[in-house]
Design a protein around this ligand. Structure first.
Ligand SMILES: [Zn+2]
Length: 257
């Protein structure tokens, strides 16, 4: 049994992994949600150990957006995903990206992949809004997808691991339910986490209700789509103040780009 931990690498403490009696899902603390359904940019380089047609890019995009995963947990589209460049991979910039590498060397040892979940801010009503979450992947493991022609042997399924990470991106912590996507570990050649369980879906519904947000796109991608943060030209103090996630200028006179 080659069991490895899908470790949540969090910028906030995630010590309260306590299952309640009613259900076992755990929300990140404080509870937080996206205002608009995020569009996750998936590393268009692919992962070097995956031998399907494109290094797992299409398989990962398909898994993230499948109705077997988070989009099946609510009505509407909870998230979209598309292949794109990692050239501007930056934590906290308002553009959620899934990197098949780990440029900041954050994911070590038994960590297969990690999500930076620390980019959120308080809304006027006291609730919390996620404005970015970025994923890194540990290239020291052998990865596969269900599109690989030679099957699975001692490898880890990229689809299941990344559906788990995107659960963190959406606001979930780890579940104590064995078989849930948000269970903190997975065996090699087990792609079960690619399909969310009832416990996972209940966690998403606790955050978002039964319907996906009525707007879509990243904070910077759809200025008319419901982002309540600063629009282009508005004054700001940091990136989290802007729908674009990009606050630039001299201190005291910064504006959203
Ligand atoms: Zn995790």
């Amino acid at each position: 049994m080659n069991k490895r931990t899908l470790r949540l690498l969090a910028l906030v403490a995630v010590a309260t992994l306590v299952a309640s009696s009613a259900s076992a899902f755990v929300l990140l603390s404080p509870a937080r949600t996206w205002d608009c359904s995020p569009n996750v940019i998936v590393d268009d380089r692919g992962e070097s150990s995956i031998t399907d047609a494109d290094g797992g890019v299409a398989a990962t995009v398909a898994a993230l957006t499948s109705n077997q995963a988070w989009n099946g947990a609510v009505s509407g589209t909870l998230l979209t995903a598309e292949a794109g460049s990692m050239a501007n991979y930056t934590l906290g910039d308002g553009i959620p990206m899934l990197n098949f590498q780990d440029p900041i060397n954050a994911c070590k040892g038994s960590c297969l992949a990690a999500t930076f979940t620390g980019f959120y801010q308080e809304r006027n009503d006291g609730s919390f809004q996620i404005f970015d979450a970025d994923i890194v992947t540990n290239g020291r493991y052998d990865w596969t997808t269900q599109s690989e022609p030679d099957g699975c042997s001692g490898e880890f399924y990229m689809e299941g691991v990344q559906v788990h990470e995107v659960g963190h991106l959406l606001g979930l912590g780890h579940s104590g339910v064995s078989g849930a996507t948000m269970f903190p570990s997975v065996s090699s050649c087990n792609n079960g986490p690619a399909s969310t369980a009832g416990d996972d879906n209940a966690g998403i519904q606790a955050l978002y209700g039964n319907s996906a947000p009525s707007c879509s796109g990243n904070p910077g991608g759809d200025p008319g789509g419901g982002c309540d943060l600063g629009q282009s030209g508005d004054s700001c103090t940091d990136n989290g103040d802007c729908c674009s996630g990009n606050c630039k200028g001299k201190p005291g006179s910064k504006t959203c780009k």
